[in-house]
Ligand binder design. Structure first.
Ligand code: ZN
Length: 66
């Protein structure tokens, strides 16, 4: 997720970034965890991409300007 990315649907360059928490349930254990995700919402058409913060935190070029 970089600032110069464009919407896959319409090419819009303006996005709203939201950070959300999603409860995750592991079926083998009665344990509920929380995964954090970034939502990248196109401000033109509303197309939304979801990114896992677990992966993003390993990336050298993290999200900025959100
Ligand atoms: Zn769009």
């Amino acid at each position: 997720m970089r600032n110069n990315e464009r919407c896959l649907k319409c090419g819009e360059k303006t996005f709203e970034i939201k950070k959300i928490a999603v409860p995750t349930t592991k079926t083998t254990k009665a344990k509920i965890g929380i995964d954090m995700f970034y939502l990248k919402i196109c401000q033109n058409c509303g197309y939304t991409e979801m990114y896992s913060t677990k992966v993003l935190e390993k990336v050298k070029d993290p999200v900025k300007n959100y």
